[in-house]
Write a protein that binds this ligand. Structure first.
Ligand code: ALA
Length: 583
């Protein structure tokens, strides 16, 4: 079975069980200030897991591309990826534990025909916040799982969420698969044995973590599940290495061809190259460009990581357009993501630009590194200079030091970086951890202000203005849009004036649900990448603004206060950034 077949099978299975297919969200979450990337399928669903009614109902199914920056350092082994796909089914206050377990078991053992002998489960052993989950264990047993294959584990393993500091969370029950083909699965499940690979997580969302750090029973009990596509495909095809599966192999073969070397002898390097370029293609397709902060920095770091490894296996990068050749392969494999192909030119161009930039300083930087490392150690100042002047991401410095046996403590780099915080907000911002946006009154107001800002920009600068990114904290909104010059003071004043005029009109904001096609035809704006036949929410502010969005928004604009632009600056080439507040 290949990737596309699995996605189809999973979504069809749950559609038959009355689940509605939801869209695959962008890699960069909208209106969520606490995370850089979408880390799980549940993330775009947070308002609905917290009680807001979802336009498509209480049973949902979907595929989500996810990025977990915390996993980047693990890349190089057989199962970790910077960008991976997760299939999930959700119950928003509908079915709970019993059905979730039954569905997962039926899908794996009946639809996918995985023998139960190769499966094992973990369930929550209980702590001061929540009891031991004997119920889940009993349910697994009733379905035919041997008691010896069920392990009770603590919070570290069997608790999921909240993704940020507050919000929906709960214990979970996870499904593991014995990956070795030659050695039969042991009768007793040992979760420490790495040959058991986690493939599916069923989160039993019964709790809400409050600001005070308390776990209280949630008003709505949800199910949130996630099945890793890459891992499941590996399992189904008897592969002990994910990179031999259909969504990786052609990329690896391309790298073999470009380097004239074999995967067998260069596994780690080739995995990192394939992984990093794939993730870079998806991030670039969502409008992010390499930079020194936030998502742009992660992107820079992975592109440079890929280039470093291409050099290690002696690929003549510039002569043969290596990163572009590999990126083209990625776009070809994922042809079901139409936005990759429609953004192909930009993706290839940005990769090339970053490649050129890095190549220009790389040799000098490597020479500098060798000089610095003569005394067999590199201190904070030196490492920060490598970052600042030669564009070496921290990970590359760590890797080089390891490679050459030079003493280096990343903490020294971080200390130095904190001193230069204005230059790099990324590593210290704690944003690599996953998290959720709050739905406080202040962020809700700013969210509505974001819609109004876009509408005003379209009026003042032209209808071709579109959103390229958005980030809201309780203090301010930040909005990126396509525009290729500085706005004049008059234009800024005019945008402010229009937004404030509309705020003062006291518009009631209406929400309607309709199919995406209809929403688009009605003139609603919104970033929607995928072919999507489901229903979306459209928020309308009188004749002024109409956007596809999950909300939440204020009920009446009169509550918002006064809109003020604090800053208008360049975000990246062709993209401007506005920071604004409501006072
Ligand atoms: N949200 C859960 C996870 O990511 C399903 O594992």
């Amino acid at each position: 079975m290949n990737r596309k077949e699995l996605i189809k099978k999973y979504t069809e299975f749950f559609k038959e069980k009355n689940h509605a297919l939801i869209p695959n969200a962008r890699t960069v979450p909208e209106n969520d200030p606490t995370v850089l990337f979408t880390t799980a399928g549940m993330q775009p669903l947070v308002p609905f897991l917290s009680g807001q009614s979802h336009p498509q109902g209480k049973r949902l199914v979907g595929l989500q591309k996810c990025i977990r920056t915390g996993d980047i350092e693990e890349v190089g082994d057989t199962t970790h990826h910077t960008l991976f796909e997760m299939l999930g089914n959700w119950s928003l206050g509908d079915y709970f534990k019993n059905e979730a377990i039954e569905y997962a078991f039926e899908f794996l053992t009946v639809s996918l025909k995985i023998p139960v002998e190769r499966l094992a489960m973990t369930v929550f052993e209980g702590n001061e916040n929540a009891p031991r989950d004997n119920e889940a264990a009993e349910k697994w047993k009733a379905l035919g799982v041997s008691e010896k294959r069920i392990a009770f584990l603590g919070k570290k393993d069997n608790w999921w969420g909240p993704a940020g500091t507050t919000g929906p969370c709960g214990s979970d029950t996870e499904i593991f698969y014995w990956k070795l083909n030659d050695i039969p699965a042991p009768e007793t499940f040992d979760p420490e044995n790495e040959n058991w690979v986690e493939t599916w997580n069923n989160v039993l969302m019964e709790y809400t973590k409050t600001k005070e750090g308390k776990f209280i029973q949630a008003n709505q009990k949800n199910i949130d599940t996630g099945m890793g596509v890459e891992r499941t495909i590996a399992i189904l095809n008897g592969l002990e290495d994910n990179y031999e599966a259909d969504m990786w192999k052609p990329i690896i073969e391309k790298i073999e061809e470009l380097s004239n070397r074999t995967y067998k002898e260069n596994k780690r390097e080739m995995r990192i190259i394939a992984d990093h370029i794939k993730a870079a293609v998806f991030i670039l397709a969502d409008g992010i460009v390499p930079g020194n902060t936030e998502q742009g920095y992660v992107l820079r770091r992975i592109i440079r990581g890929a280039i470093r490894n291409l050099r290690k296996i002696e690929v003549p990068i510039l002569e043969i357009d290596a990163t572009n050749e590999i990126a083209k392969k990625v776009i070809e494999i994922y042809d079901d993501y139409e936005h990759l192909n429609s953004n192909k030119e930009t993706i290839l161009l940005e990769l090339k630009k970053e490649e050129d930039k890095f190549q220009k300083t790389l040799d000098k930087g490597l020479r500098e590194f060798a000089k610095m490392g003569k005394d067999n150690k590199i201190d904070g100042k030196e490492s920060f200079l490598l970052y600042q002047s030669y564009g070496f991401p921290l990970e590359i410095i760590i890797e080089l030091a390891k490679e050459k046996g030079i003493e280096f403590n990343p903490e020294d780099f971080k200390k130095e970086e904190r001193k230069h915080q204005e230059l790099s907000q990324t590593a210290s911002a704690g944003k690599f951890k996953s998290g959720l946006g709050d739905n406080s009154e202040a962020t809700t107001k700013l969210h509505t202000a974001t819609h109004m800002l876009l509408a005003a920009l379209k009026k003042v600068l032209g209808d071709e203005i579109n959103q390229r990114g958005s980030n809201i904290t309780p203090e301010r909104l930040r909005f990126d849009f396509n525009f290729d010059r500085k706005m004049t003071p008059e234009e800024k004043a005019e945008v402010e004036r229009i937004v404030n005029e509309e705020i003062q009109k006291g518009h009631v904001i209406t929400r309607e649900e309709m199919p995406l096609k209809e929403a688009k035809e009605s003139g609603a704006t919104g970033i929607f990448d995928d072919k999507y036949e489901g229903v979306v929410s459209v928020y309308t502010i009188d004749k002024f603004s109409k956007e596809i969005c999950t909300g939440p928004h204020v009920e009446n604009t009169s509550t918002m206060g006064t809109f003020k632009i604090k800053k208008e600056e360049s975000s990246s080439s062709g993209v401007r950034r506005i920071k604004a507040v409501l006072i």
